[in-house]
Design a protein around this ligand. Structure first.
Ligand SMILES: C=C(O[C@@H]1C=C(C(=O)O)C=C[C@H]1O)C(=O)O
Length: 173
């Protein structure tokens, strides 16, 4: 049984491993690869947490921020940030006013930012990132890879989920 279970878990592409596990600012790393770095805000809204997170329970209200990170006009990363209202309403950072400013600039310059757990994830063809990639003309032919990173600002939690789109995976080979 153990062997079968191992066979079912896809392996992350080795050339992506350093990008998947790096704990520094992804914004800064991507900016170094392009002339023009832009955050495209896809949407932001409030909804109940669909599962427990670090510092919140399923059903707790979350503020969600969905973006694309674009390098020279090409979307490389899909990101969904989950911020419990208990964080949104009790830190001096106004996450709802960020707009197209990179979240990373705020996070990594905050005096009391603490980085928490990082989890590597993969996303199948039915996932939101994969369907968005297809809409962007980057039809994925294998799982997409990304990571979830927990952060705390003065002890207030949030989670950043980042998914590398097919173009990024190809260019980073
Ligand atoms: C957390 C960071 O911020 C980046 C910017 C984001 C945004 O503007 O919403 C989301 C994900 C990150 O890739 C980072 O740069 O590491």
């Amino acid at each position: 049984m153990f062997a079968v279970e191992l066979a079912q878990q896809p392996m992350s592409p080795s050339h992506m491993d350093h990008w998947l596990t790096d704990k520094s600012s992804l914004t800064l790393r991507l900016k170094a690869l392009c002339r023009r770095f832009e955050v495209t805000l896809l949407g932001e809204w409030q909804q109940p947490a669909q599962q427990d997170g670090v510092g919140w329970c399923c059903g707790d209200p979350l503020w969600l921020r969905e973006v694309l990170l674009c390098l020279d006009g090409v979307p490389w990363v899909y990101a969904l940030t989950e911020i419990p209202l208990s964080t949104l309403n009790h830190t001096e950072v106004d996450f709802t006013a960020l707009g197209n400013r990179p979240l990373g600039e705020v996070l990594f310059s905050h005096q009391q930012m603490r980085a928490g757990q990082l989890t590597v994830n993969h996303y199948d063809a039915h996932s939101r990132p994969a369907q968005l990639a297809a809409e962007l003309g980057q039809a994925p032919n294998s799982p997409l890879w990304g990571r979830s990173r927990d952060f705390a600002l003065a002890g207030k939690p949030l989670r950043v989920n980042e998914v590398f789109l097919p173009v990024a995976e190809q260019r980073l080979r």
